[in-house]
Ligand binder design. Sequence first.
Ligand code: SF4
Length: 392
Amino acid sequence: MEVEDKLKALSAAAQFDICGYSGPRDFLPSAQRFIYRSTLPGGGSVCLFKVLLTNVCMNDCAYCVNCVTRDFPRRAFQPEELARAFMQLYQRRMVRGLFLSSGVADNPTRTMEAMVKTVEILRYRYKFKGYIHLKILPGAAFDCVAEGCRLADRVSVNMEAPTVQHLARLSKRKDLHRNIVEPMQWVKKLKASDEGLVPSGQTTQFVVGAAGETDLDLLRTTSALYHEVELRRAYFSPFRPVRDSPLEGLPPANPLRAHRLYQSDWLLRVYGFPLNEVELALGEKGNLSLKKDPKLIIAERQPWLFPVDVNRASYGELLRVPGVGPVSAQRIIEARREHSIDSMLQLRKMRVVTSRAAPYIWFQGMLEWEKQASLIPHLDEEPELTLSMALG
Ligand code: SF4
């Protein structure tokens, strides 16, 4: 019963970490609420046991359910206990991997050592070879981070806010450079010294809308992290006020804002757009439009790039066309080695969203496009940049 009680409390608290988040869990039977289907970096998906080692935390992050100032029952697993609980779920085939995070119980290194110990027990005693995502606690010592990197498939340090000034509004105890950026640099160096370490790389998370940051602040820091610490990806978690927390009165962030950030991040990370081009999507106050896809805005603000000749354009030029993604751009290039492209129907078969692309492309016989487009049913159009794709 005691373990079940801890499971309930510590898996519920873990849902506030968005990495692998797959929507509200309240509708699920209690035994399944700590199981998350997460997309794997190399494709495919896996059911993860997502849990905190403890919800005791000495830190004061104003948005967080585990903030030290909140008064609620705190729980903690012992490493042995948590490893055993995981193995029981694994042997019952309820989960295939682990996402282990934690509050900072007393001292970041000591708490992280207990997390690493849990993973060691799984790897060495139970011979568990499956996927493990290990959270690095801000302020944990290098040796402990290095040991975690030797054992985990993926690690993450949550940034939470994009600048020193914004983090200072959320926590008086966290130092962005020393506690967060430095461990990210350690992970990069460890990976450089041994390619096999942390095969799924490192990620981070931002809480969106808690510190008065703009989308420009978030995208600039995200872009810098991709370049400087080889971040694999960033997650954007819309702020939700927590009862009895310092930010209880702040309104929740619009989830659509996070969606637009994911779309812009996708342009940076997958399409390879430079930051200054993605910045074209921002309004005067440095925020993305909630009404329009950022890629469409970027295209509208660079009219001299269009129309693109689909029979001659480079991969990069095709990628800038709304309605064309990496898959369809590649298919266009491959198809035109065999024949020229002269109809919307051909493009639709290559997964181009022709209703979006039509104003931005050109091919011989294009004058017919409106007629052709109106004749084609629009049922199977590929949504170009959905949240689930961005999360994938
Ligand atoms: S360190 Fe983590 S668990 Fe603790 S208050 Fe901050 S965000 Fe919450």
